[in-house]
Unconditional design. Structure first.
Lengths: 117, 320
């Protein structure tokens, strides 16, 4: 694992809940599909086990619904979707993230500007 | 990859993950791992190569799961020895039970009581060590010099024990183990001494029961034997029949509730083996001979043989 990958993993840890909630707000989904969609969004280094564990934890915390969809070809799929608590949690976390990223962007922009001078 | 290979790959990988998480509380593990196999099958179906190639080693996968789920992390990265898993599970079950917690709460209250008992037991062990031919009792006789010394020693031992107990609140780890071992040792040795005490008393009893000193006490299978009624062959009740056993010891019967009056001999001693005994019941009524059926003798003589139904009614006690 390169240093960049370690950094990404560390940074992702804090926002994985938010990312998973955001994916599920888009559409109900099952474990492997959530991983795929996160990766398609550009979160390449998201770990399969991290997503699986996060889904189970959010479900235990009562922010997700879950239902099983039988499949003819592959295994049964356990779908997860947001319930009211999940949507509230997503709204709150999104706000926190917005202000945090704004502050961080501001900090980083200031640094690049001072370098540019 | 053939589907059979895939299935066994999933089973093996899932088993390794479960094993790595075996230290989790069972309810947590059940929730976390309930659809692990389905999830792994999904991955195996959509990607080539083995699960280990795709997801990394199962131990790492388990660690990542643990972190993401926020489960209690294992104290050591070592995989637990499966041989001890059942023992640890049993210990966890006991320590999490309500009655165990209750006992844990009140056990510290009993500590001073143990200190006192410990002092007494220590004194007892010391006494036992110095008294090979000396009958050991739980409480020394204060009337003897030796008993007085033992009581004094026990007092000092109790005082010391309590003093040690009060000062041993904060011992370093190593000393604590040593102290607990010493306490257990005292308890076990004392148990042995207390067990032997019983043996002393028993052997004393045996020692005093010599034929010269004690009469033979007749026992009877049907219950306590409290009196004997002898009859002659022709069914006449006999009185003051002296009975002796094979060693010449007078045969006596157990003391019953009935009050017995023994004839007093010329030497002033009670004659306790002259039957039938003269007895009175608790209410003062004299004991009466029971109705008996005599056996038919093989050579009946027409004059002496009583009929099988005849029974004596005269009380032997009236002869006195």
């Amino acid at each position: 694992m390169s240093q960049a990958e370690v950094d990404t993993t560390q940074l992702l840890k804090g926002v994985l809940d938010l990312a998973v909630l955001a994916v599920l707000a888009d559409a109900d989904s099952y474990g492997y599909d959530v991983v795929r969609r996160l990766r398609e969004s550009g979160l390449d280094h998201v770990g399969d086990a991290s997503v699986y564990g996060t889904l189970r934890r959010l479900y235990q915390a009562g922010t997700l619904n879950s239902y099983v969809v039988p499949s003819d070809e592959g295994p049964h799929r356990k779908y997860y979707g947001l319930n009211n608590r999940g949507r509230k949690a997503l709204d709150q976390s999104a706000q926190t993230w917005a202000s945090l990223s704004k502050a961080l962007n501001h900090l980083l922009n200031g640094r690049s500007n001072s370098h540019g001078k | 990859m053939a589907s059979n290979d895939q299935a066994s790959d999933v089973a093996t990988y899932a088993a390794s993950v479960r094993a790595a998480l075996s230290d989790l509380p069972s309810d947590q593990a059940a929730v976390l791992l309930e659809d692990l196999e389905d999830h792994l099958r999904e991955i195996a179906a959509e990607t080539g190569g083995t699960l280990t190639e795709r997801l990394g080693p199962p131990e790492k996968y388990a660690q990542e799961l643990r972190t993401a789920y926020g489960a209690t992390s294992s104290p050591s990265p070592r995989r637990p020895d499966p041989a001890f898993r059942d023992v640890r599970r049993a210990v966890a079950w006991v320590t999490s039970s309500a009655w165990y917690r209750e006992v844990r709460v009140f056990l510290p209250d009993l500590r001073p009581a143990w200190w006192v008992l410990r002092g007494y037991l220590a004194a007892l062990i010391l006494t036992a060590a110095f008294s090979r031919d000396y009958p050991l009792g739980p409480i020394p006789n204060p009337a003897t010099k030796r008993g007085l010394a033992e009581i004094l020693a026990a007092g000092v031992a109790i005082w010391l024990s309590v003093r040690i107990g009060r000062r041993s609140r904060k011992l370093p780890q190593g000393a604590q183990v040593l102290a607990i071992s010493a306490n257990v040792l005292i308890a076990f040795v004392a148990l042995a001494v207390l067990g032997n005490m019983h043996t002393f008393a028993y052997s004393e009893l045996i020692g005093t029961a010599t034929p010269e000193q004690a009469p033979f006490n007749a026992a009877y299978a049907a219950g306590p034997l409290t009196n004997i009624y002898p009859y002659s062959q022709d069914g006449k009740p006999l009185t003051n029949v002296l009975l002796y056993d094979q060693d010449g010891r007078p045969i006596t019967v157990e003391q019953s509730e009935a009050q017995t009056t023994y004839p007093i001999g010329a030497d002033g001693k009670a004659i306790t083996n002259a039957y039938p005994l003269t007895q009175r019941h608790m209410n003062g009524d004299p004991a009466v001979a029971p109705r008996v059926a005599f056996p038919p003798w093989p050579t009946p003589s027409p004059t002496a043989s009583p009929s099988a139904t005849s029974s004596p009614t005269a009380s032997p006690s009236t002869s006195h």
